[in-house]
Ligand binder design. Structure first.
Ligand code: ATP
Length: 299
């Protein structure tokens, strides 16, 4: 079953680009990464999905229901962590969380205590006195309090230290095992690599790729680094499939390659080399390729 379904979703802000013609689905039980550089349109997409802003055209459905028409009903089933959290600073953490819990027909007290303990959040502190990372934890507990079926996280880890990030990821994995579907928006690519099954890549408001993480990592790209003898000719590498071409003053050359591995090895064999390395690129390097250009060789 599709938990999220976007069809040609478009939002312009007074003529300026927000998002354009976005279509993708997220299935029940997935941890889905939503990746893009700053200003790509991630928050706009999420706010439209939550029924908080009106799309200019196209539609967004959650659990098969239109996000605008059924907004309030759907939001009860969603845990949302916005990229920036704002609170009434004078409140105590527990008062805020109890207030949030009162919107749902569940007794969330036990869950609140368990989540707060897990995330080392002091419920008796005033929100005013909390650091940025601790405020983020309030948002996390608030978002997960009602055991939502869909968890939408917009840049969730900013401000969390590495230990807390780890705890948070474990928590998300547990929620996912219990059946929650998760949409995780980020520009930090290693997070997506660690947690997600599939990823949508968005750039300048448009979807530019939709991939399984395993496909992205496994078969598509290899990273070559080679040290050529001085004065060697690099033209054998001016072929489609070679991107991210970089040269260093010591004659070292590196590039990403996508294509028939025999083809590139024959070209390498035609050169006089001092050294050669073949590595798995990390996702960062692969995504950079998407961000910068989708065409041709970089030689
Ligand atoms: N309220 C608004 N009014 C006008 N333009 C907006 C508004 N909100 C977003 N935009 C524009 O829409 C585009 C997408 O912005 P959005 O905040 O959705 O991107 P993002 O991927 O979430 O970026 P970031 O990672 O920086 O938060 C940007 O060009 C932004 O300037």
């Amino acid at each position: 079953m599709n938990v999220i379904e976007l069809n040609g979703l478009t939002k312009t802000y007074g003529g300026a680009r927000g998002i354009a013609d976005l279509s993708f689905t997220v299935e029940q039980g997935e941890i889905f990464g939503f990746i893009g550089p700053n200003g790509a349109g991630k928050s706009t997409t999420i706010r439209t999905m939550l029924g908080l802003i009106h799309p200019t055209s196209g539609s967004a459905k959650i659990f098969g229901k239109d996000c605008l028409r059924y907004g309030p009903e759907l939001r009860r089933e969603i845990g949302y962590l916005p990229s920036e959290v704002f609170y009434y600073d004078n409140m105590k953490v527990k008062d805020l969380l109890n207030y949030s819990a009162s919107f749902y027909n569940k007794d969330s007290r036990k869950r609140m205590l368990a989540l707060a303990e897990r995330m080392e959040l002091d419920l008796n502190k005033k929100i005013d006195d909390l650091s940025l990372g601790n405020k983020k934890k309030v948002g996390i507990v608030q978002g997960l309090l009602h055991e939502p079926k869909l968890i939408i996280l917009d840049e969730p880890t900013s401000g969390l230290d590495p230990l807390m990030q780890q705890r948070f990821f474990e928590l998300l994995e547990e929620e996912n095992k219990k059946g929650a579907t998760i949409l995780f928006s980020s520009h930090i690519l290693s997070e997506v690599q660690r947690l997600c099954d599939r990823v949508a890549i968005i750039k300048e408001g448009r979807l530019i790729a939709l991939e399984k993480i395993s496909d992205l990592k496994g078969r598509t790209y290899k990273k070559f680094k080679l040290q050529m003898k001085a004065g060697s000719d690099a033209t054998p590498f001016a072929i489609p499939g070679v991107t991210e071409w970089k040269t260093a003053p010591n004659g070292e050359v590196s590039f990403l390659y996508q294509g028939d591995i025999n083809d590139i090895l024959r070209r390498i064999a035609s050169l006089e080399l001092l050294n050669l390395w073949v590595e798995e690129p990390d996702l960062e390097e692969i995504f950079m390729h998407y961000y910068v250009s989708r065409e041709g060789a970089g030689v």
